[in-house]
Design a protein around this ligand. Structure first.
Ligand SMILES: [Zn+2]
Length: 337
Protein backbone atom coordinates (compact mmCIF):
# COMPACT_ATOMS: atom_id res chain seq x y z
CA UNK A 1 0.00 0.00 0.00
CA UNK A 2 1.23 3.48 -0.74
CA UNK A 3 0.64 5.78 2.18
CA UNK A 4 -1.19 8.83 0.87
CA UNK A 5 0.40 11.52 3.02
CA UNK A 6 -1.71 14.34 1.65
CA UNK A 7 -5.03 12.64 2.39
CA UNK A 8 -3.78 11.50 5.80
CA UNK A 9 -2.65 15.00 6.83
CA UNK A 10 -5.87 16.59 5.57
CA UNK A 11 -8.06 14.18 7.56
CA UNK A 12 -5.86 14.37 10.65
CA UNK A 13 -5.85 18.17 10.75
CA UNK A 14 -9.61 18.31 10.15
CA UNK A 15 -10.36 15.80 12.92
CA UNK A 16 -8.01 17.51 15.38
CA UNK A 17 -9.65 20.86 14.71
CA UNK A 18 -13.04 19.61 15.96
CA UNK A 19 -13.47 19.72 19.74
CA UNK A 20 -14.73 16.29 20.79
CA UNK A 21 -14.26 15.45 24.47
CA UNK A 22 -16.04 12.28 25.58
CA UNK A 23 -19.78 12.96 25.66
CA UNK A 24 -19.60 15.86 23.20
CA UNK A 25 -18.76 14.13 19.95
CA UNK A 26 -21.63 14.82 17.52
CA UNK A 27 -19.61 17.21 15.37
CA UNK A 28 -16.72 14.83 14.92
CA UNK A 29 -18.99 11.91 14.00
CA UNK A 30 -20.77 14.19 11.48
CA UNK A 31 -17.36 14.80 9.90
CA UNK A 32 -16.68 11.07 9.84
CA UNK A 33 -19.99 10.50 8.06
CA UNK A 34 -18.87 12.89 5.34
CA UNK A 35 -15.65 10.87 4.86
CA UNK A 36 -17.67 7.65 4.66
CA UNK A 37 -19.93 9.23 2.04
CA UNK A 38 -16.92 10.37 -0.01
CA UNK A 39 -15.44 6.87 0.14
CA UNK A 40 -18.78 5.20 -0.62
CA UNK A 41 -19.01 3.22 2.63
CA UNK A 42 -22.27 2.30 4.30
CA UNK A 43 -22.39 3.88 7.77
CA UNK A 44 -24.60 4.23 10.82
CA UNK A 45 -24.54 5.68 14.33
CA UNK A 46 -25.18 3.48 17.34
CA UNK A 47 -27.44 4.71 20.14
CA UNK A 48 -24.56 5.88 22.25
CA UNK A 49 -22.95 7.65 19.32
CA UNK A 50 -20.26 5.34 17.96
CA UNK A 51 -19.94 5.76 14.19
CA UNK A 52 -19.73 2.51 12.24
CA UNK A 53 -18.53 2.12 8.65
CA UNK A 54 -19.01 -1.17 6.83
CA UNK A 55 -16.61 -2.16 4.08
CA UNK A 56 -17.40 -5.41 2.27
CA UNK A 57 -14.56 -7.86 1.64
CA UNK A 58 -14.04 -10.81 -0.68
CA UNK A 59 -14.54 -13.49 1.97
CA UNK A 60 -16.97 -14.19 4.78
CA UNK A 61 -14.89 -13.57 7.86
CA UNK A 62 -15.93 -10.50 9.87
CA UNK A 63 -13.17 -8.27 11.14
CA UNK A 64 -13.62 -5.31 13.45
CA UNK A 65 -11.23 -2.41 13.64
CA UNK A 66 -11.57 0.66 15.78
CA UNK A 67 -10.10 4.00 16.72
CA UNK A 68 -11.61 6.39 19.20
CA UNK A 69 -12.42 9.98 18.30
CA UNK A 70 -13.40 11.16 21.75
CA UNK A 71 -10.67 13.09 23.54
CA UNK A 72 -9.80 14.36 26.97
CA UNK A 73 -11.59 17.45 28.19
CA UNK A 74 -13.09 19.22 31.17
CA UNK A 75 -16.56 20.21 32.27
CA UNK A 76 -17.67 23.11 34.43
CA UNK A 77 -18.01 21.95 38.03
CA UNK A 78 -19.13 25.17 39.67
CA UNK A 79 -18.79 28.91 40.15
CA UNK A 80 -15.98 30.14 42.34
CA UNK A 81 -17.59 33.43 43.36
CA UNK A 82 -15.01 35.70 41.74
CA UNK A 83 -16.26 35.09 38.19
CA UNK A 84 -14.00 32.10 37.57
CA UNK A 85 -15.05 28.48 37.17
CA UNK A 86 -14.00 25.29 38.86
CA UNK A 87 -13.86 22.21 36.67
CA UNK A 88 -13.96 18.43 36.64
CA UNK A 89 -11.89 16.25 34.31
CA UNK A 90 -13.35 14.15 31.51
CA UNK A 91 -10.71 11.46 30.98
CA UNK A 92 -7.24 11.65 32.38
CA UNK A 93 -5.45 14.78 31.15
CA UNK A 94 -2.17 15.53 32.94
CA UNK A 95 -3.43 18.66 34.69
CA UNK A 96 -0.08 20.46 35.13
CA UNK A 97 0.21 20.51 31.30
CA UNK A 98 -3.06 22.47 31.14
CA UNK A 99 -1.81 25.36 33.25
CA UNK A 100 -1.95 28.40 30.98
CA UNK A 101 -3.83 26.72 28.12
CA UNK A 102 -6.50 28.57 26.19
CA UNK A 103 -9.92 26.96 26.14
CA UNK A 104 -13.46 27.29 24.86
CA UNK A 105 -16.59 26.84 26.94
CA UNK A 106 -19.61 25.49 25.06
CA UNK A 107 -22.94 26.23 26.76
CA UNK A 108 -26.06 24.13 26.31
CA UNK A 109 -27.71 27.24 24.92
CA UNK A 110 -25.28 27.19 22.00
CA UNK A 111 -22.97 30.05 23.06
CA UNK A 112 -19.21 29.67 22.97
CA UNK A 113 -16.91 31.61 25.33
CA UNK A 114 -13.15 31.65 25.46
CA UNK A 115 -10.95 31.51 28.53
CA UNK A 116 -7.69 30.35 30.07
CA UNK A 117 -7.01 27.42 32.41
CA UNK A 118 -4.86 28.65 35.30
CA UNK A 119 -3.59 27.63 38.70
CA UNK A 120 -5.07 29.39 41.74
CA UNK A 121 -1.68 31.04 42.30
CA UNK A 122 -1.29 32.33 38.76
CA UNK A 123 0.85 35.44 39.29
CA UNK A 124 4.45 35.14 40.43
CA UNK A 125 4.47 38.77 41.64
CA UNK A 126 1.67 38.03 44.08
CA UNK A 127 1.74 34.37 45.12
CA UNK A 128 4.74 32.90 46.84
CA UNK A 129 3.72 29.38 45.77
CA UNK A 130 3.13 30.28 42.10
CA UNK A 131 5.62 27.62 40.97
CA UNK A 132 5.07 25.04 43.69
CA UNK A 133 1.28 24.93 44.01
CA UNK A 134 0.12 21.46 43.02
CA UNK A 135 -1.66 21.61 39.68
CA UNK A 136 -4.79 19.61 40.39
CA UNK A 137 -8.49 20.32 39.90
CA UNK A 138 -8.83 21.73 43.45
CA UNK A 139 -6.06 24.26 42.81
CA UNK A 140 -7.00 25.34 39.28
CA UNK A 141 -9.74 27.34 37.61
CA UNK A 142 -10.93 28.70 34.28
CA UNK A 143 -10.77 32.46 33.79
CA UNK A 144 -13.31 33.66 31.25
CA UNK A 145 -12.56 36.34 28.66
CA UNK A 146 -15.64 38.24 29.82
CA UNK A 147 -16.16 41.06 32.33
CA UNK A 148 -17.45 38.89 35.15
CA UNK A 149 -16.84 39.44 38.86
CA UNK A 150 -19.36 37.19 40.56
CA UNK A 151 -21.25 33.93 40.35
CA UNK A 152 -24.30 35.85 39.10
CA UNK A 153 -22.31 37.48 36.29
CA UNK A 154 -21.24 34.04 35.07
CA UNK A 155 -24.76 32.61 35.39
CA UNK A 156 -26.04 35.47 33.24
CA UNK A 157 -23.78 34.22 30.42
CA UNK A 158 -25.74 30.96 30.48
CA UNK A 159 -22.79 28.90 31.69
CA UNK A 160 -23.95 25.88 33.70
CA UNK A 161 -22.29 23.01 35.53
CA UNK A 162 -21.69 20.23 33.03
CA UNK A 163 -20.88 22.58 30.16
CA UNK A 164 -17.87 21.40 28.20
CA UNK A 165 -14.49 23.11 28.45
CA UNK A 166 -12.31 22.22 25.48
CA UNK A 167 -8.63 23.04 25.43
CA UNK A 168 -6.70 24.02 22.34
CA UNK A 169 -5.11 21.00 20.60
CA UNK A 170 -2.31 23.24 19.21
CA UNK A 171 -1.80 21.06 16.15
CA UNK A 172 1.44 21.45 14.20
CA UNK A 173 3.03 19.18 11.59
CA UNK A 174 6.65 20.24 11.18
CA UNK A 175 8.65 20.19 7.95
CA UNK A 176 10.61 17.24 9.32
CA UNK A 177 7.48 15.20 9.81
CA UNK A 178 6.85 15.59 13.53
CA UNK A 179 3.17 15.64 14.41
CA UNK A 180 2.42 17.65 17.52
CA UNK A 181 -1.03 18.00 19.03
CA UNK A 182 -3.02 17.08 22.04
CA UNK A 183 -5.37 14.25 21.12
CA UNK A 184 -3.11 12.32 18.72
CA UNK A 185 -4.62 9.74 21.05
CA UNK A 186 -6.53 8.67 19.12
CA UNK A 187 -7.32 10.87 16.14
CA UNK A 188 -3.97 9.87 14.67
CA UNK A 189 -5.32 6.31 14.42
CA UNK A 190 -8.69 7.46 13.06
CA UNK A 191 -6.87 9.25 10.22
CA UNK A 192 -4.73 6.13 9.66
CA UNK A 193 -7.81 3.89 9.38
CA UNK A 194 -9.47 6.21 6.86
CA UNK A 195 -6.27 6.49 4.81
CA UNK A 196 -5.95 2.70 4.68
CA UNK A 197 -9.62 2.01 3.88
CA UNK A 198 -9.38 4.53 1.04
CA UNK A 199 -6.42 2.65 -0.50
CA UNK A 200 -6.98 -1.07 0.04
CA UNK A 201 -9.71 -3.56 -0.73
CA UNK A 202 -9.96 -5.70 2.42
CA UNK A 203 -10.01 -9.49 2.19
CA UNK A 204 -12.72 -9.83 4.81
CA UNK A 205 -15.80 -7.83 5.73
CA UNK A 206 -14.67 -4.90 7.82
CA UNK A 207 -16.70 -3.19 10.50
CA UNK A 208 -14.75 -0.01 11.30
CA UNK A 209 -15.90 1.62 14.51
CA UNK A 210 -15.03 5.14 15.54
CA UNK A 211 -15.85 5.03 19.21
CA UNK A 212 -16.74 7.99 21.41
CA UNK A 213 -16.51 6.82 25.03
CA UNK A 214 -13.05 5.25 25.06
CA UNK A 215 -11.42 7.79 27.34
CA UNK A 216 -13.85 6.90 30.12
CA UNK A 217 -13.44 3.16 29.61
CA UNK A 218 -16.54 1.80 27.88
CA UNK A 219 -15.98 2.82 24.23
CA UNK A 220 -16.75 -0.51 22.61
CA UNK A 221 -18.39 -2.34 25.48
CA UNK A 222 -21.16 -2.98 22.96
CA UNK A 223 -20.08 -4.36 19.59
CA UNK A 224 -22.27 -3.09 16.74
CA UNK A 225 -21.34 -5.95 14.37
CA UNK A 226 -20.98 -9.72 14.60
CA UNK A 227 -17.24 -10.20 14.70
CA UNK A 228 -14.73 -13.02 14.51
CA UNK A 229 -11.85 -10.85 15.59
CA UNK A 230 -11.19 -7.30 16.51
CA UNK A 231 -8.14 -5.06 16.15
CA UNK A 232 -8.05 -1.84 18.11
CA UNK A 233 -5.88 0.87 16.60
CA UNK A 234 -4.89 3.19 19.39
CA UNK A 235 -1.78 5.12 20.33
CA UNK A 236 1.36 3.13 21.11
CA UNK A 237 3.03 3.94 24.44
CA UNK A 238 6.54 5.39 24.66
CA UNK A 239 8.78 5.84 27.67
CA UNK A 240 10.68 4.21 30.57
CA UNK A 241 11.70 0.68 29.57
CA UNK A 242 9.26 0.41 26.64
CA UNK A 243 10.94 -0.10 23.25
CA UNK A 244 8.63 1.89 20.95
CA UNK A 245 9.69 5.24 19.44
CA UNK A 246 7.83 8.00 17.61
CA UNK A 247 8.78 6.34 14.32
CA UNK A 248 7.38 2.86 15.00
CA UNK A 249 4.13 1.00 14.90
CA UNK A 250 3.63 -0.47 18.35
CA UNK A 251 2.14 -3.93 18.86
CA UNK A 252 0.78 -4.32 22.37
CA UNK A 253 1.19 -7.77 23.95
CA UNK A 254 -0.45 -6.83 27.26
CA UNK A 255 -1.92 -3.81 28.98
CA UNK A 256 -3.73 -3.20 32.27
CA UNK A 257 -6.62 -5.34 31.03
CA UNK A 258 -4.33 -8.34 30.54
CA UNK A 259 -2.76 -10.04 27.54
CA UNK A 260 -4.10 -9.64 24.00
CA UNK A 261 -4.82 -12.69 21.82
CA UNK A 262 -1.58 -14.62 21.46
CA UNK A 263 -2.08 -15.83 17.89
CA UNK A 264 -3.33 -12.51 16.54
CA UNK A 265 -0.44 -10.67 18.19
CA UNK A 266 2.04 -13.19 16.76
CA UNK A 267 0.49 -12.80 13.30
CA UNK A 268 0.80 -9.00 13.52
CA UNK A 269 4.46 -9.28 14.58
CA UNK A 270 5.16 -11.60 11.65
CA UNK A 271 3.40 -9.30 9.18
CA UNK A 272 5.43 -6.33 10.43
CA UNK A 273 8.68 -8.27 10.36
CA UNK A 274 7.99 -9.75 6.91
CA UNK A 275 7.32 -6.33 5.40
CA UNK A 276 10.39 -4.76 7.02
CA UNK A 277 8.30 -2.28 8.96
CA UNK A 278 9.75 -0.40 11.88
CA UNK A 279 7.83 -1.91 14.80
CA UNK A 280 8.03 -2.52 18.54
CA UNK A 281 6.34 -5.08 20.78
CA UNK A 282 5.60 -3.74 24.24
CA UNK A 283 3.44 -4.04 27.29
CA UNK A 284 1.60 -0.89 28.35
CA UNK A 285 1.61 -0.44 32.15
CA UNK A 286 -1.40 1.91 32.49
CA UNK A 287 -3.70 1.39 29.54
CA UNK A 288 -6.92 -0.12 28.28
CA UNK A 289 -8.35 -0.17 24.75
CA UNK A 290 -11.64 -0.67 22.97
CA UNK A 291 -10.76 -4.38 22.81
CA UNK A 292 -10.39 -4.36 26.61
CA UNK A 293 -13.85 -2.76 26.92
CA UNK A 294 -15.43 -5.29 24.54
CA UNK A 295 -13.91 -8.25 26.33
CA UNK A 296 -14.72 -6.92 29.79
CA UNK A 297 -18.34 -6.58 28.63
CA UNK A 298 -18.36 -10.29 27.84
CA UNK A 299 -17.91 -10.42 24.07
CA UNK A 300 -16.35 -13.65 22.85
CA UNK A 301 -13.79 -12.20 20.45
CA UNK A 302 -10.13 -12.53 19.71
CA UNK A 303 -8.58 -9.12 20.08
CA UNK A 304 -5.30 -7.33 19.49
CA UNK A 305 -3.97 -3.80 19.69
CA UNK A 306 -1.62 -1.83 17.45
CA UNK A 307 -0.96 1.86 17.00
CA UNK A 308 1.50 4.57 16.08
CA UNK A 309 4.01 5.46 18.79
CA UNK A 310 2.89 8.60 20.62
CA UNK A 311 5.14 10.37 23.13
CA UNK A 312 3.95 12.33 26.17
CA UNK A 313 0.46 10.82 26.01
CA UNK A 314 -2.37 12.76 27.68
CA UNK A 315 0.01 15.73 27.82
CA UNK A 316 1.45 17.58 24.82
CA UNK A 317 1.59 14.58 22.56
CA UNK A 318 4.02 14.05 19.69
CA UNK A 319 4.48 11.46 16.99
CA UNK A 320 6.00 11.37 13.52
CA UNK A 321 4.79 10.68 9.99
CA UNK A 322 6.94 7.52 10.02
CA UNK A 323 4.92 6.05 12.90
CA UNK A 324 1.70 6.83 11.04
CA UNK A 325 3.04 5.22 7.87
CA UNK A 326 4.28 2.09 9.68
CA UNK A 327 0.94 1.72 11.49
CA UNK A 328 -0.98 2.25 8.24
CA UNK A 329 1.11 -0.35 6.43
CA UNK A 330 0.65 -2.93 9.19
CA UNK A 331 -3.10 -2.28 9.24
CA UNK A 332 -3.24 -2.65 5.43
CA UNK A 333 -1.35 -5.95 5.61
CA UNK A 334 -3.68 -7.20 8.34
CA UNK A 335 -6.77 -6.30 6.31
CA UNK A 336 -5.51 -7.83 3.07
CA UNK A 337 -3.83 -11.01 4.39
ZN1 LIG B 1 -6.54 6.20 23.24
Amino acid sequence: MTFNEDYFKKVLIELLSIDSPTGYTKKVTEKLKSYADELGFEHFLTNKGNLVMKVPGKFDKNIGISAHVDTLGLVVRGYKGDGTLSFSRVGGAILPTLDGEYCKIYTRGGDVYTGTILSNSPASHVFEDASELKRDAANMHVKLDEIVKSEDDVKKLGILPGDYICFDPKTVITEKGFIKSRFLDDKLSAAIILTVLREVKPSHNVCAVFSVYEEVGHGLSHLPCDLDEFLAVDMGCIGDDLTCTEYDVSICAKDSSGPYDYDMTTRLIELAKGAGLSYAVDIYPFYGSDVSAARAAGHDIRGALIGPGVAASHGMERSHMKAAENAAKLLALYLTS
